[in-house]
Ligand binder design. Structure first.
Ligand code: 13P
Ligand code: SF4
Length: 350
């Protein structure tokens, strides 16, 4: 892999990437989806990359799956599919193109590869990790099994393929409570997010939910105190928190849900002011589609998600570097855990 300067030079030699008002104008339809959050000068910088990526995507027969935490230039400019972790996993199973470019973090690309192994799955930055995924190993799962013999292990998708393979079933933030409620056991192990587990435990009081000691560096930083202060200043603000936040933070919120759940909620409710207690790009990505809502208050950036940039996406499509590989035996174990989640979620929704 070349360094960033060499990558920029190589790309510059193949594509016209200079800021351009002409290209910005030509891609005006795309810009209308992010006008509220992106100054025209910034769009003139991004537009040549967007045009080059969209052209190269066709040449490579590639699709881009992008998580809701991607920046607006990626989310609106180049993504074919956007969504939360569950939606992206389901969409990955349906991809017919040869190449998937995963605009998100490493565990998401690994999940796509596990679910659709014949495809080339590229991640534009191999270092785009996740504090939850990095905080647990298969040995951590084995230790939980020793402490709670016979209890099924529900693993959050924010984990490595090895950890998924060591567990019984996966969950995401949009289906965790249903998955736990749908299991027959009285005691359920949830790993690695202790806050998601504690929030689920409150929604499923007839189960004993026990948890591993992991957390998300983005959501653990919000405090109940800051939300109370915010509500004191601006009492008419609707507060919406992701379930990776600590339970006292979720208790201050009017609604809690996955990133897709948050989008559905604000779209349905159309509050005048909304505070999204989650990653900063969430509000930016939906701001133009919901002009009647003023998005206010603090948010936190995920340093892993923010490693994915237009330049790195263009490089991955140009060089075809950054293919995610998973050992076949591990992939099969992980696939079963993810597939059980998809099947159980479908059955519970039906
Ligand atoms: P969801 O999009 O599934 O809510 O997950 C949030 C997250 O933190 C992914 O890393
Ligand atoms: Fe991981 Fe949290 Fe970043 Fe999501 S927001 S990728 S859970 S560190």
């Amino acid at each position: 892999m070349l360094d960033q300067t060499a990558i920029a030079e190589t790309l510059g030699a193949h594509y016209d990437l200079a800021p351009s008002l002409e290209v910005a104008d030509r891609l005006g339809d795309i810009y209308t989806r992010m006008r509220r959050v992106m100054p025209p000068g910034d769009w003139a910088v991004h537009a040549p990359y967007v045009e080059a990526i969209n052209r190269l995507k066709k040449e490579r027969n590639a699709v881009i799956l992008a998580h809701n935490y991607m920046t607006p230039d990626i989310y609106h400019g180049i993504a074919d599919v956007v969504g939360d972790s569950l939606q992206l996993a389901i969409e990955a199973t349906k991809v017919e193109a040869d190449v998937i470019v995963q605009c998100g973090v490493h565990f998401m690309a690994e999940t796509s590869k596990i679910l659709n192994p014949s495809k080339t799955v590229l991640i534009p930055d191999m270092e785009a990790g996740c504090s939850l995924a990095e905080g647990i190993t298969p040995e951590g799962i084995a230790e939980m099994r020793r402490r709670y013999p016979g209890a099924p292990v529900v693993t959050y998708v924010n984990t490595s393929a090895e950890v998924k393979a060591a567990s019984d079933i996966c969950c995401t933030s949009s289906n965790a409570a249903q998955i736990v409620a749908g299991l027959e056991a009285d005691t359920v192990i949830m790993a690695p997010d202790k806050y998601l587990a504690q929030n689920v435990a409150m929604q499923v009081p007839d189960k004993q939910v026990v948890w591993y000691d992991g957390s998300c560096i983005v959501h653990e930083r919000f405090t109940a105190q800051e939300l109370r202060e915010f509500r004191g200043w601006q009492p008419d603000t609707r507060i919406i928190a992701h379930p990776e936040c600590p339970p006292d933070v979720v208790a201050e919120a009017d609604f809690s849900g996955s990133t897709a759940g948050i989008i559905d909620y604000v779209t349905r409710e159309q509050p005048e002011k909304a505070l999204l207690v989650t990653e900063c790009s969430m509000a930016s990505n939906i701001s133009d589609a919901l002009p009647g809502i003023e998005f206010v208050g603090p948010c936190n950036m995920c340093p892993h998600m923010k490693k994915i940039t237009l330049e790195k996406v263009l490089w991955s499509l140009h060089s075809m570097e950054g293919a995610v590989e998973v050992d076949a035996q591990v992939a099969e174990g992980a696939r079963q855990a993810v597939q059980r989640m998809i099947d159980l979620s479908r059955r519970l929704r039906a």
